[in-house]
Each structure stands twice: as C-alpha cells, then as structure tokens.
Ligand binder design. Structure first.
Ligand code: SAM
Length: 246
C-alpha cells in the first residue's frame, strides 16, 4: 500500500478527486491511502492565518514557517515533496521512482510561495509539473498521485495498457481506433481488422516510433532502437511520403 499525505489550505479541493476512476478504485482495493491535512489546523495565529506579508515589501503573501513545521512534525511520512514551479520537472521516470516509495508527503504551496526557510530546512525535494505557474500546489499534487496510482499493481485493468502508454518506454503511444470501422470518409487501418497479432504489433510499434519522430524527435535519442525499429522507422517515413503524394 502506498500512503500519501497531502498538506493544503484547501482540503475540500480533493473531495471529488477521490470519487472517480482509478483513484477511487485504488482506495477501494487498498492499493493507496490518502490523508488530506488542513494546514490551518497547525497555526498558532488566533485568526487561523498561515500567511503574512513579504519582508522587503512587494505584492502577495508568503506561507509562514511555524504552521508548516508543526504540521510536518505531526504528519510527515516518507519524503516531503514541495510542489513548486522551481522544482525539477515531473517525468514518467520520476512517477515510477516515487511509486516505489511506500509513504510520501506532498506540501502544496499557495500565494507568492513559501518562506524560503521551509524549503531549506523542511522540504526534501521540489517538483514542478511544467514551466508555467498555477495558483496552488493542489492540482500538481493530484497530478502526481494520479500518475503514480495507475502504475500500482492491481489498479489498472491491464498492465499492457500502462507499459504501452506514452513515455513509459521512452516513446509516444500509437493511435487507437474503435467502432465504427468507417466514419466521415475515414476508415480504420486495415491491419487492425486483420486478426494477425504479429502484423498488428509491428504496425503499432511503427506508428509509435513514427509519431515520436514527428512530434518529439528528441525522445528517440534516449531509446535503444533495434534493427527492426530502424526498419520500421524507414517504412514509416516512406509511408508518410507516399501519403503526401497521393
Ligand atoms: N512565486 C512563485 C514563483 O514564481 O516561483 C509562484 C507561486 S505559485 C503562485 C503558488 C504555488 O502554486 C506554489 O508555491 C506551488 O506550490 C504551486 N505551483 C504553481 N505552479 C506550479 C507548477 N508548475 N508546478 C508545481 N507547483 C506549482
């Protein structure tokens, strides 16, 4: 069981998150447990404030040290990850790594951010979900927990769907099709209806490699391609040129 503690000033934010999809299932089968902790319960301020003006002047408020320290003293399990746009950018590899940690604490920032001494003394690692700024760490924490949860044994219906997902093996996923076979002049690729599993696997690998080449060529540099992969990529390029000329 993976245990997640989330420290936030908006505990209700997570209510619907627990009630849907794989997160709901994972809680139900006890693959994960999530404990949301209200940071305000730990402030010594009589008005329950956990933020104050920034030293040196300037706009915005800053999360104070005392409530975070006391909250972590009472609730820290495993490493403390601060959600922060200044952290290392999240990747599928990082999700796989964290999924192996039994207990993790996520600290959600708000306002202008946290008193730097929290980061220096109390936080083990900062994680960003991308080069943009949100108003709080709640969505980033939910993003990470969702990304981890679907990797855990027994949570997804099929492990194949996980290992074929984009990034899991370093490249992007292949296209998917479902009913009907034909719609608005677009047909499902014939090979997918052939019933020949080897041909289907080969077509899917070719599409994965090709889509990665077109959209995220830098990913291919970190993947060990087999001779067959090289052949499939050449075939994908030839197919694309032929389609352009048709
Ligand atoms: N002043 C901070 C800065 O420029 O680095 C941004 C503070 S942001 C408005 C408030 C909080 O939202 C942050 O403390 C962090 O917890 C969260 N946050 C915002 N963007 C994020 C991102 N890309 N990844 C992870 N957390 C983020």
């Amino acid at each position: 069981m993976n245990q997640f503690n989330i420290i936030t000033i908006y505990p209700k934010f997570f209510e619907s998150f627990f009630e849907h999809g794989l997160i709901k299932k994972a809680i139900g089968i006890r693959a994960i447990s999530i404990n949301v902790i209200d940071l305000r319960l730990y402030t010594k301020d009589k008005h329950q404030r956990i933020d104050f003006k920034t030293y040196g002047g300037g706009p915005g408020m800053v999360v104070q040290y005392q409530p975070v320290r006391d909250c972590l003293d009472a609730n820290k399990i495993g490493k403390c990850y601060l959600l922060s746009p200044q952290g290392k950018t999240l990747s599928q590899k990082k999700l796989i790594d964290i999924s192996k940690e039994e207990a993790v604490t996520f600290l959600c920032g708000r306002y202008e951010g946290l008193d730097q001494r929290i980061i220096d003394n109390l936080v083990d690692e900062e994680i960003s979900i991308g080069d943009y700024v949100l108003s709080g760490g709640e969505m980033p924490a939910a993003t990470i927990i969702e990304g981890i949860t679907r990797l855990l044994p027994g949570v997804a219906d099929s492990i194949d769907s996980i290992i074929n997902d984009s990034f899991y093996n370093g490249i992007l996923d292949h296209p998917h099709y479902t009913k009907p076979e034909q719609i608005d002049n677009k047909a499902v690729p014939k090979v997918l209806l052939s019933g020949n599993h080897q041909d289907i696997a080969s077509w899917r690998r070719k599409q994965s490699l090709g889509v990665t080449l077109l959209r995220r060529p830098e990913l291919l540099k970190n993947v060990k391609l087999t001779k067959e992969d090289d052949r499939l990529l050449q075939e994908f390029i030839a197919d694309s040129k032929q389609e352009e000329n048709e």
